[in-house]
Write a new protein. Sequence first.
Length: 164
Amino acid sequence: MSTADKNLSVFSTAALPNISSRKFALVVAEWNEEVTEKLFEGAYNTLIQYGALPENIVRGNVPGSFELSLAAHWYAQRPEIDAVIALGVVIQGETKHNDYINHAVAQGITNASIANNKPIIFGVLTPNTMEQALDRAGGVHGNKGDEAAITAIKMVGLKEQVLS
Ligand code: DLZ
């Protein structure tokens, strides 16, 4: 299903793990800040709604989405962090810059996640227009930040189930 047909804030919440002692890092790109702040709000509020404690959530800002993977890697290296959520928006431009950024971030986050054996969630919107971005940052298609937070919670639970 494409995101055009999906509301990013509607998901199954059956059997979510207890996350009251889990620690999360949110890494937020400053580029397209009007959108990424909404992604942050969505992710933060969803973590709180499903049981995370405010003191167990840390935030780090990076200049643009290209820097998300390295910063996520740094947070994932901290032993106390259970999951990292990387939030950014890369809007298609007149050049291919967006393609390079999108591929680099997707690959960088995958690599950092596997290297650290921790969930690092790809909360990056890759729309064609600002309007499409806003639609997915608390607009008609929900909030990618909400979806990223639920994904982090589910992956923390799955890791516990599989590895402990
Ligand atoms: C340079 C750039 C461009 C053109 N577009 C975006 C964007 O749409 N979203 C985003 O998060 N960052 C963008 N950036 C910045 C890069 O991610 C990176 O911060 C710079 O290339 C570093 O010099």
